[in-house]
Design a protein. Structure first.
Length: 292
């Protein structure tokens, strides 16, 4: 399977920014790690995809972005974290939730799973004293529409967001997305060209499944065959950077009394990473050292 990839382009003489991502491998890795149902794969996969794209735009080597979708649907909350290279990790409250296909379009019913009411939260940490926190209401639960609304309302940036995850019995066949952002000098003619191009474009997951390269997809969705393309060899991945040292710090935060209580009741502590399900065991001696 080809590596995942993110590309950036300028269209229509630099007046439109388009970023495209192939995220098939990272979504498949999440599916396997969390044993996701098809519906949960599509929902978390879309959030992984958009967060990876947004992470790649972060400034500073230590920058991270966290996205949270907290809807009133049965899938529960979803959380994804990305670094400035587009690497991601994430989890969902109800990974085994599965629903019948949406009767209107025959696709996985992500909107029902997430819910039509709730909030999305965007937390950007670029190393300043306080991270930036943005939030907007969920408008459909389909993720792409919700983030389109976020860019318009919270960042005042007119943006087209498309996300897609194609799942079959063997796993994730194709996953990806794109962001089209209008620059301040974009004209009505430029906007009309993009609108017409989008009307005739297939879904992002179908275009990827048909074998189209990201640069081809960028040309199709912008209606511009003369893109200014920025080469980038970086391969975004699903990566969890958990460690026993980090888990130690989590244990320390609960305080000496709580740790003593754990020793008396269980004689050990077991912590599980939400992002990769790796288990960390702290025996009695290790817990006593933490108290000291």
């Amino acid at each position: 399977m080809q590596n995942d990839k993110i590309i950036s382009c300028l269209a229509h003489n630099g007046k439109v920014n388009v970023r495209c991502i192939k995220s098939t491998n990272m979504v498949e890795e999440a599916r396997k790690l969390h044993d996701l149902s098809p519906t949960a794969t599509a929902a978390l996969g879309r959030l992984l995809t958009i967060t990876s794209l947004m992470g790649k735009e972060m400034k500073g080597e230590q920058g991270t972005i966290t996205t949270q979708v907290k809807g009133n649907g049965p899938i529960g909350n979803m959380t994804v974290v990305a670094d400035n290279l587009g690497n991601v990790k994430g989890y969902v409250s109800n990974p085994q939730l599965d629903l019948p296909l949406n009767v209107e379009n025959g696709k996985l019913d992500v909107g029902h799973a997430v819910g039509k009411h709730g909030m999305i939260y965007i937390i950007k940490d670029i190393g300043l004293k306080e991270p930036y926190v943005g939030m907007t209401p969920i408008v459909s639960g389909e993720i792409a529409e919700d983030f389109t609304n976020y860019f318009a309302k919270s960042e005042q940036t007119p943006t087209v967001v498309a996300l897609g995850v194609l799942v079959d019995k063997n796993g994730v066949r194709a996953a990806g997305g794109y962001l089209i952002t209008l620059m301040p000098d974009a004209t009505e003619e430029d906007i009309e060209k993009i609108e017409n191009a989008l009307k005739n474009a297939d879904s992002i997951s179908k275009m990827l499944d048909d074998g189209k390269e990201l640069i081809e997809i960028a040309e199709i969705v912008t209606g511009d065959q003369n893109l200014m393309y920025f080469e980038d060899d970086n391969v975004p991945k699903y990566i969890c950077n958990c460690s026993k040292e980090k888990m130690e710090k989590n244990l320390i935060t609960i305080g000496k009394d709580e740790i003593k209580d754990i020793i008396e009741k269980d004689g050990k502590a077991e912590l599980v990473c939400h992002f990769c399900n790796k288990r960390y065991i702290f025996d009695e001696n290790e817990l006593k050292k933490l108290i000291d």
